[in-house]
Write a protein that binds this ligand. Structure first.
Ligand code: HEM
Length: 123
C-alpha cells in the first residue's frame, strides 16, 4: 500500500505512535504562552491526555473507542478564541513533525483539525 492510501491511523504509527505524538502535543501546549494556563488549570491532565489519544486513534480509523464527550460539550463555556485554535493547531503540526510524520499525512491531520473548529471555538 502506498503512503497516501494507507489508513491515517497506520501512517501515524498506530496507538503507539499516536501516544508519543499526543505526549509531545501536551508538552507543546504547556510550553505555549497562548495556551499554557488553559492546560495548567485542568484538574486531570493525565485523563485529558488519555482521552486525546483515544480521540486521535478512533478519529484516524483505529479500533479504539473514544470515552470522552463530543467536542462541543468538552469545550463548552471555555470561550476558546480563533487565535488559540491556531496556536493549538501549530502545536499539533510541530508534534507530528517531531515524530517524523510526512507532509501529506500532516496535511490530512490539518484538514481534520480545521473541520472540527466549529465545535471548539466559542461554543
Ligand atoms: C480540533 C481541535 C481540538 C480537538 C480535537 C480537541 C480535543 C480535546 C479532547 C479529546 C479533550 C479531552 C476531553 C476529555 O478529557 O474528556 C480536550 C480537552 C481540552 N481541550 Fe481541546 N481540542 C481541540 C482544541 C482545543 C483548543 C483550541 C483549546 C484551547 C486552548 C482546547 C482546550 C482544551 C482544554 C483546556 C481541555 C481540558 C479540559 C479539562 O481539563 O477537562 N482544546 N480537547
Amino acid at each position: 500500500m502506498s503512503q497516501t492510501t494507507a489508513l491515517l491511523y497506520e501512517r501515524l504509527g498506530r496507538r503507539e505512535g499516536i501516544t508519543r505524538i499526543t505526549a509531545d502535543l501536551m508538552k507543546n501546549h504547556l510550553a505555549n504562552p497562548l495556551l499554557k494556563t488553559r492546560f495548567e488549570n485542568s484538574k486531570d491532565l493525565a485523563r485529558v491526555e488519555r482521552r486525546a489519544v483515544e480521540f486521535f486513534c478512533a478519529g484516524s480509523g483505529g479500533p479504539e473507542t473514544y470515552s470522552g464527550q463530543d467536542m462541543v460539550n468538552t469545550h463548552r463555556g471555555m470561550n476558546i478564541s480563533e487565535q488559540e485554535f491556531i496556536a493549538a493547531t501549530d502545536d499539533v503540526m510541530a508534534a507530528l513533525e517531531k515524530n517524523g510524520i510526512d507532509a501529506p499525512t500532516r496535511n490530512d491531520v490539518l484538514a481534520i483539525f480545521w473541520s472540527l473548529k466549529g465545535g471548539v471555538i466559542r461554543v
